[in-house]
Ligand binder design. Sequence first.
Ligand code: HEC
Length: 139
Amino acid sequence: MQKMVWLGCLALIGGMMTLTSTSVIANEPVPSISDIMVELNNSKKGIHPKFGKLLKGKSEIKWETLTDDAKLYADLAAALGKNKPEKGDEASWKKLCSEYAADAKALSEAVAKKDLEGLKKAHAKLSKSCGPCHDAHQP
Ligand code: HEC
């Protein structure tokens, strides 16, 4: 019985944590470029390196566990272009952001379809997106 109560508590805390992490996108204003980059690309906790490790690893992919991260990837990448970078011209920013959002959407769709080749392809494209955008727009 005691154990059940504990499990209940854990489930509740888990639920609250999910809520706070998704509220990043639910809330106005739009998350900043920096927030989006940290959430997606932080080398330790970011979603992009997390997928990278998984794709390099040998263990079988548990698709169900990737759905939330994949959706957040697509949503945050889509929000990036609503920001205005401190550096670089607007046309270039719009173009790079729309490519980034399209690749993240492809990643999310590949996860939904359990399409390993599609996931690898989208992830590889996203891995190559960093340099060009940072060169043009990172202050
Ligand atoms: C479409 C443009 C774009 C793409 C693509 C992009 N970035 Fe960024 N990134 C930026 C900009 C602009 C900044 C600077 C944000 C600032 O300082 O306000 C930044 C900042 C960062 C930061 C510093 C965040 C912080 O404030 O602590 C990291 C880390 C980062 N990017 C990693 C990556 C990685 C890794 C990739 C590729 C997998 C990537 N970015 C792809 C535009 C982009």
